[in-house]
Design a protein around this ligand. Sequence first.
Ligand code: NAD
Length: 403
Amino acid sequence: MTFEKIKLFLEKIAPLVGVDENQLTIIATPNKILEAELEVNGKKYPAYRVQHNNSRGPYKGGIRYHPGVDLDEVQSLAFWMSLKTAVADVPLGGGKGGITVNPKELSNDELQELSRQWVRAFYKHIGPTKDIPAPDVYTTPQMMAWMMDEYETLIGEKAPGVITGKPLAVGGSLVRDIATALGGVYVLEEAVGKINLIEKTVAIQGFGNAGMNAAKLLVEHGYKIVAVSDSKGGIYNASGLDIDSVIKTKSETKSVVNYADAEKVSNEEILKLGVSVLVPSALENVITVENAAEIKAKIILELANGPTTPEADEILHQNGVLVLPDILANAGGVTVSYFEWVQNNTGLYWKADEVKERLKEKMVVAFDKIWAEYSGKEYDFRTATYILAIKKILEAEKVRGRV
Ligand code: NAD
């Protein structure tokens, strides 16, 4: 979604939150926009950090490496992070970063250089009490380790809390690798209970950190995954896919499409399959006016950020589809990032079960609060989620005397 569209959406829900124009401007406008041009082996790459809102704590949000990255996208993602940290009720604000690059075209050494350059460009603006980046699309724990190393070299001291999503060897948290998907599963289980969903068939678009881990965890929770996809296309088997074999195929051949025991489907077709749960886990704006009416799922679990356009949302709402919005559905990632930061700051590291238990509690409490706001209302679940998040940010702005 473009940032303009976000503003239009905010204007629409402003009366429901009771905010005036001045307050709305504060919520929508990023505090700081940072841009740089990085250069590796003679090629130039635009780089960004948008610091959206820090009224509730240091800015927090991932760094995306993708050819489609631009300022508008990073700004939208930064805004969503402010809402997401409010929904998850972690004491952090919202920010986002990115580099316009196709990382698949760079060697490992070039990626390391690019990651270190990102830090050299922005290091004065980040830090454990200022702004804490993390991984996002096509960025990895390894890149977070390079970035932390560069930051510590520049400031001349240890600062593991500057970045999250790190490998365990340098202060990462157990469970962080599966946190986004696990948080999503906890939320989905609550929703399934509320609407008494009996049939549990699932289609997942995107098979990276979010999508692949969701597939694994959903199988463990008794769901049947009938379709998955990645950037090369999708696969479908009505009797259910053997997810371990699909993961093996993906790791050996780089794509799920080479999995033998399934029909091929396109990334568009996967959205319209006759499943009860649809899990968009790739990129933005995939559910649109063009396909929303054809979606048959009863629940959409938005592990991706911004997969549904506002126009599509209206159609889904009319058709009774329950959309569990990104800022709730994928908030498990930032929640365990917060746990990682807490562990880095205290020097005390938690067991996996402790992290999972704390994550479940956060996700269930967040879901319950939103469900209470949503029940019996005309508006959809996303609107209820935004109302709660915006109220929370406004409260922090107000007690600080900024509005
Ligand atoms: P990733 O890089 O690990 O995986 C991305 C996946 O999407 C890959 O399987 C890739 O093949 C696939 N993909 C790319 N282009 C596609 C296309 N056009 N159609 C279908 N699939 C395509 O990224 P990720 O971390 O899994 O992130 C996926 C989404 O989840 C993003 O929207 C991201 O912002 C969101 N998210 C991730 C986290 C996290 O902790 N990883 C947290 C919050 C939100």
